[in-house]
Design a protein around this ligand. Structure first.
Ligand code: DGP
Length: 115
């Protein structure tokens, strides 16, 4: 899906409200609307790419800054000492439901192996 009609692009524009926890360097972090863990934050690049499969659509600088941003969000959420999980879903087998690359950052409790 293109940026047209993209839910997360609408959140980036401020057209749809979100509980934003951090925004910097071309990335946004906001709380998942249906959290699967006590802390469940989504990290997205401002530039629209549909999933990890299209990560080549980001520059090398953006790709490396994305990892730094994810780690910074986990640190800000107080997840470093007890640990956290970062996942991304691509395509139907992974049940991807929003087609703008996003990373689930989850923690705050011991996570299930099945998540
Ligand atoms: P995925 O299944 O990996 O595509 O995850 C999409 C996530 O997006 C899912 O955990 C729920 C979340 N989500 C869907 N719609 C909204 C929304 O309008 N606001 C927020 N904050 N999260 C949303």
């Amino acid at each position: 899906m293109s940026a047209d009609g993209c839910l997360f692009c609408a959140i980036l524009r401020g057209d749809i409200p979100a509980d934003v926890v951090h925004r910097a360097d071309g990335f946004l972090a906001f709380r998942d609307i249906t959290p699967k863990a006590p802390v469940h934050v989504l990290v997205i690049p401002e530039r629209h790419v549909a999933s990890l499969d299209e990560v080549g659509g980001l520059t090398a600088d953006e790709r490396s800054a994305m990892l730094v941003f994810i780690a910074e969000v986990a640190r800000r959420e107080g997840l470093v000492d007890d640990g956290y999980r970062v996942t991304t879903n691509h395509g139907p087998n992974a049940l991807q439901s929003v087609f703008h690359l996003h990373w689930h950052v989850m923690g705050g409790a011991t996570l299930s192996h099945s998540m």
